[in-house]
Design a protein around this ligand. Structure first.
Ligand code: NAP
Length: 280
């Protein structure tokens, strides 16, 4: 029988625990989110993050900047948040408008406030085997979900499809750190299905519905990070859930799998950064 990896349920458990922890505090953690531009999906994500942060007792501010904001203006804003003692965590919502260098902007966030763990300092720490201030939210959420269901990683063959800095690369590194054997695939990978067929655990982070039942072995664990709207407006993941769920041992739904875990990780990271400020 296939078990659904229920990210919504685990998110609720994590948020309930965090709220209980934060209810005891007089000074609350604070999260500042910068939203540059008019990306409709980003607006929804940011509003959702703010709503959930406030529900559990995190002060949350959204700084909305125009689509035409310059890199220098954005950097100025980040600087002011870096030096603001009342801000513990800074998130720059991606994607940024096309004229802005994501790498340059992420490099401007104080690593001690970099709640997404994507600044060069934290990213470098992750890849050098040292502990970053926090781990990137989506990969962290995936590992929390697998751990919740006691899915062992050590010695397993994990195939990650997608090599972005946001998901594919950090997830592969974090799986390696947990002693999995990791293969990373991407758009130029030849014979993708031959590789995915050898996966004990498949993590797909592509943004297209490409993973079919025939590409997987029976009993594998399937984690679908992808989320997008198809031509009919329906929310879809990378995986053909209906058919793959017939052969997988565990599988994440879309929505309700990895997405809620990304939010839970963001809240955990905000509180971790806040707690480390107190310790400093
Ligand atoms: P991205 O930066 O566009 O990266 C997509 C990756 O998929 C790239 O590495 C690309 O290869 C690879 N790819 C594209 N077509 C492929 C194909 N036919 N076969 C194999 N690999 C292919 O996207 P991302 O930011 O990593 O996000 C991926 C998906 O996850 C999106 O749907 C996004 O919305 C979703 N996402 C979800 C969450 C969540 O919380 N659920 C969080 C973040 C992202 P190349 O490198 O060769 O181009």
């Amino acid at each position: 029988m296939t078990i659904i990896l229920d990210g919504k349920k685990l998110r609720e458990k994590i948020l309930t625990n965090l709220k209980a922890e934060l209810d005891k505090l007089e000074v609350k953690p604070s999260l500042a989110v910068i939203l540059a531009g008019d990306n409709p999906a980003s607006k929804i994500y940011v509003n959702n993050k703010k709503k959930i942060a406030e529900q559990i007792g995190i002060n949350s501010t959204v700084i909305k900047l125009d689509e035409n904001v310059t890199e220098d203006e954005l950097i100025q804003k980040i600087h002011s948040l870096n030096i603001d003692p009342n801000v513990n965590a800074i998130l720059v919502q991606l994607p940024l408008p096309a004229h802005i260098s994501k790498e340059r902007i992420l490099g401007m966030i104080d690593p001690k406030k970099d709640v997404d763990g994507l600044s060069p300092y934290n990213f470098g720490k992750l890849f050098s085997g040292a502990k970053p201030y926090v781990y990137p939210c989506t990969p962290k959420g995936v590992l929390l979900l697998l751990d919740e269901y006691n899915i062992e990683l050590e010695g397993k063959h994990v195939v990650v499809v997608g090599r972005s800095n946001l998901v594919g690369k950090p997830i592969a590194q974090m799986m390696l750190d947990r002693n999995a054997t990791v293969t990373v695939c991407h758009s130029r990978t030849k014979n993708l299905a031959e590789i995915t067929k050898t996966a004990d655990i498949l993590v797909s982070a592509v943004g297209e519905n490409i993973i079919e039942e025939k590409m997987l072995k029976s009993g594998c664990v399937v984690v679908d990070v992808g989320i997008f709207k198809d031509s009919t407006g329906r929310t879809r993941g990378d995986v053909d859930f209906e058919n793959v769920s017939k052969i997988a041992s565990y599988i994440t739904p879309v929505p309700g799998g990895v997405g809620p875990m990304t939010i839970a990780s963001l809240m955990l990271n905000t509180v971790e950064l806040f707690n480390s400020t107190i310790r400093r």
